[in-house]
Design a protein around this ligand. Structure first.
Ligand SMILES: NC(=O)c1ccc[n+]([C@@H]2O[C@H](COP(=O)([O-])OP(=O)(O)OC[C@H]3O[C@@H](n4cnc5c(N)ncnc54)[C@H](OP(=O)(O)O)[C@@H]3O)[C@@H](O)[C@H]2O)c1
Length: 306
C-alpha cells in the first residue's frame, strides 16, 4: 500500500477537528486524495467537481474512514454554478478554514466561455470568482492554496490571448492559466495583508503526477502515454501530489507564510513573469472586469503604493 499523503507531508499529528475545508476538483486525482486525508485528520470536507457519482463516492469513502463530508457539484464553465457553490458553502458552514483551489484541466479543443478562452476561465477565473465570493466567509487563520504548475514557466503574461481561440494551443493556454494561478495567489496574499486579514494565500506545484485523471484532457495517444508514465522515476504518485497541497495547507513549517510558490514541499522561485507585481495587480483588476464584479479587496489594492 502506498504511503498516505498526510504521512508524506508530515502532518499526521495535525488535528483539523472543527475546521471546514473546501477542496475544488476533488472528484478525482490529487484533490480526491487530499480530501480523503483532510477527512482523516478531522476536517469537515466539502468535495467538489462536476461528476456527481464520483463526488458521492468520495464522500462515502471519507465517511467510511470516520470523517465528515458533503459533495457540491459545480461546473467551472458556468458562472451561476460557481456562485451557487459559494452560496452552498456559506449556507451550510459557519466559516471556512481551508480553501484548496485545485480544480483544473488542459483542454485539447479551443472553446470560449462567456467570450473568454475556456482554460483561462476554468483554471483562473473560476477560482478567482469562488475565492472572491468566499472572502468574507474565511475565518481568521485560514489558508488558501491554489494548485498551479511548473508548466507556468512556459508562459508570458498576455491577457489579450484570453479573448481569442485563434491559433489555440492546449498546452500554451494551460501554461498561461497556471501563470495566472501563481500571480493570483501572490496578489491575493498582498491584498489580504494590506487589508489586515490574518489569512494566507500560496500556490503550489504538485509535481508531475501521471496517476491522476489529468491525462484524459490530453490529445489522443498522449492521454494513454501520460498514464503509462505512472511509477517511472521522476514522476510523482497522486499521494505525493496531494502531500504537496497538505504541506502548504497544514504544516507548521508553512504557518504564516503567504504569497509564495511551493514545489517539492519547499518554497521555490516561480518564473520571472510570475514575480511581476504589476502583472499580478493588472490580472486582479482585469479578472473582475471580465466577470463583471466589483474588484475583490479593491480598496486595499487602490491604496497600495508602487
Ligand atoms: N497531474 C499533473 O501532472 C499535474 C501537474 C501540475 C499541476 N496539476 C494541477 O493539479 C490539479 C488537479 O489535477 P489532477 O492531476 O488531479 O487531474 P484530475 O484527476 O483530472 O482532476 C481534476 C479535477 O478538476 C475537476 N474539474 C475539471 N474541469 C472542471 C470544470 N470545468 N468544472 C469543475 N471541476 C472541474 C475535475 O472534476 P470533474 O471531472 O468531476 O468535473 C477533477 O476533480 C489541476 O489544477 C492541474 O492543473 C496537475
Amino acid at each position: 500500500m502506498s504511503a498516505r499523503p498526510e504521512s508524506l507531508a508530515d502532518v499526521t499529528d495535525i488535528d483539523c477537528t472543527g475546521q471546514v475545508a473546501l477542496v475544488t476538483g476533488s472528484t478525482s486525482g490529487i484533490g480526491r486524495v487530499a480530501a480523503h486525508a483532510l477527512g482523516r485528520l478531522g476536517a469537515e470536507v466539502i468535495v467538489h467537481g462536476r461528476d456527481r457519482q464520483a463526488g458521492e463516492a468520495v464522500v462515502e469513502g471519507i465517511r467510511e474512514e470516520g470523517g465528515t463530508a458533503t459533495f457540491v457539484a459545480a461546473d467551472f464553465t458556468k458562472t451561476g454554478e460557481i456562485r451557487a457553490l459559494a452560496a452552498a458553502v456559506r449556507a451550510n458552514t459557519n466559516g471556512l478554514d481551508l480553501l484548496l483551489n485545485n480544480a483544473g484541466g488542459l483542454f485539447r479543443q479551443g472553446h470560449r466561455v462567456e467570450g473568454i478562452e475556456r482554460t483561462f476561465y476554468v483554471n483562473h477565473l473560476a477560482p478567482y470568482l469562488l475565492t472572491a465570493a468566499l472572502l468574507d466567509h474565511v475565518r481568521e487563520g485560514a489558508r488558501i492554496v491554489t494548485t498551479a504548475s511548473d508548466a507556468h514557466r512556459g508562459a508570458q503574461f498576455d491577457l489579450d490571448r484570453v479573448h481569442t481561440i485563434d491559433g489555440y494551443s492546449g498546452m500554451g493556454a494551460y501554461a498561461h492559466s497556471k501563470l495566472a494561478n501563481v500571480l493570483f495567489a501572490s496578489e491575493l496574499a498582498r491584498r489580504l495583508e494590506s487589508a489586515g486579514r490574518p489569512v494566507v494565500s500560496n500556490s503550489v506545484h504538485p509535481g508531475f503526477v501521471p496517476g491522476s485523471q489529468f491525462g484524459r484532457f490530453l490529445p489522443g495517444p498522449l492521454s494513454g502515454l501520460f498514464r503509462m508514465l505512472g511509477g517511472v522515476p521522476g514522476t510523482s504518485s497522486v499521494a505525493d501530489g496531494a502531500a504537496e497541497l497538505l504541506h502548504v495547507a497544514l504544516s507548521p513549517d508553512t504557518a504564516g507564510v503567504s504569497g509564495r510558490y511551493f514545489s517539492g514541499q519547499s518554497p521555490a522561485s516561480p518564473s520571472n513573469a510570475a514575480q511581476d507585481p504589476g502583472a499580478a495587480a493588472h490580472l486582479w483588476d482585469r479578472s473582475a472586469e471580465m466577470l463583471d464584479i466589483q474588484v475583490p479587496l479593491g480598496d486595499v489594492g487602490a491604496r497600495r503604493g508602487p
